[in-house]
Design a protein around this ligand. Structure first.
Ligand code: CUA
Length: 311
């Protein structure tokens, strides 16, 4: 699926696209005006066989020089003005005491997503209601990352120790892809963002479902997996609401089963892929901070059954 900046889906992104088109058109016209006479001159005035007279030496043309100085100055002033307008439209002022709708934190190499109003925490997949301009707080837990979903808004750096804000909006329901845009280490390329825009009703239903604490399974493989999760070192990094696991180092897994992808977009979220991941995360995403726990196949299977049950 392609997420093109040429197909904006919010007024914020549309303002950037408009500036891009205007700049491309102006640049294209200048290119043709320069290239046309140059090509014409190459052909029309090229040296011909037997023609050994020196060409006419032109020592300057004041009118021409004023023209090619003033015209670019006017064009640059125009682009400067349009850029200022675009900066204002794509990045409206942030209130003095910002109350963010979303807090997004970059980690090596995944995105933590917190909804401060409901307390919902998820990872890499950002559900938003359509038609609403959302205030997003962007932080980093380690190094500089950069958040950008081209169809929905501007890009912004996630800087450790420094909180930034931006606006995000989607006009129509859909899935909008983005990625980290600042090189942040080995797996920079696999720090994907999926914004899932839904009607306000669907979003409210999703948010409500995410506030539910999943029941701890008591029978079968899922129960064995749940116990194994607590006994292994999983709880040192991950949290699952309603259990003793409450560490905030790796992604929150409370509703892992309801997500579309694993490992910040590397794999589709299927039981087979989750098994591949658990068997050796380093083989799937080399350098990832999740270690290879050297799990036995039956341990992998029970953990997969448990984790996929976490809807
Ligand atoms: Cu995070 Cu690049």
């Amino acid at each position: 699926m392609i997420s093109s900046p040429f197909d904006p889906n919010s007024p914020l992104a549309a303002s950037i696209t408009t500036l891009l088109f205007v700049t491309l058109i102006i640049g294209g016209i200048v290119f043709l005006i320069v290239l046309g006479p140059t090509l014409y001159s190459y052909i029309r005035f090229r040296a011909r066989p037997g023609d050994d007279t020196e060409p006419y030496q032109n020592l300057g043309n004041t009118r021409l020089e004023i023209t090619w100085t003033v015209t670019p100055a006017i064009l640059l002033a125009l682009l400067f003005g349009l850029t200022l307008m675009t900066m204002h439209r794509s990045d409206p002022p942030i209130p003095d005491n910002p109350q963010p709708d979303l807090i997004i934190t970059g980690h090596q190499w995944w995105w933590e997503v917190l909804y401060p109003n409901s307390g919902v925490v998820t990872a890499n997949e950002i559900h938003i209601p359509t038609g609403k301009q959302l205030l997003v707080q962007v932080d980093s837990a380690d190094v500089i990352h950069d958040f950008w979903v081209p169809q929905l808004g501007r890009k912004v750096d996630a800087t450790p120790g420094y909180t930034t804000h931006m606006w995000l909006q989607a006009d129509k329901p859909g899935t909008y892809l983005g990625t980290c845009n600042e090189y942040c280490g080995t797996q920079h390329a696999w720090m994907r963002i999926r914004v899932i825009a839904e009607s306000p009703t669907d979003f409210a239903a999703w948010e409500q479902s995410q506030t539910q604490i999943p029941a701890i399974p008591t029978t079968g493989d899922a129960a064995t997996g749940a116990q194994l999760f607590q006994d292994l070192t999983c709880t040192k990094c991950h949290s699952i609401d309603g259990t003793a696991a409450s560490a905030g180092i790796g992604p929150d897994l409370t509703h892992l089963g309801s997500r579309e992808t694993l490992a910040a977009g590397v794999l589709d979220n299927t039981p087979e892929n989750l098994a591949t991941w658990l068997a050796n995360p380093q083989a799937v995403k080399p350098g990832v901070h999740m270690p290879n726990l050297k799990l036995q196949p039956d341990e992998v299977n029970t953990l997969v059954t448990y984790l996929e049950s976490l809807q």
